[in-house]
Write a new protein. Sequence first.
Length: 71
Amino acid sequence: MTQSALQSHGHSHAHDAHGHSHAHAHGHGAGAPHPAQPARWSILRMPVATRLAAALAASAVLWVIVILAMR
């Protein structure tokens, strides 16, 4: 883009003498995704030993369900 196109494309806000400011509504195009949010919890951040223990525990629970269902 040229410098004049950048200046005309951007927007600025002039505030009146009363100090009035206005908030912008949340707006983006329907096809534009929201910015990524930081994950609170991720299995990828767990140490390998902890992941293995969790996988073994989940597997044991599922096997118990299978064995009880077969009775």
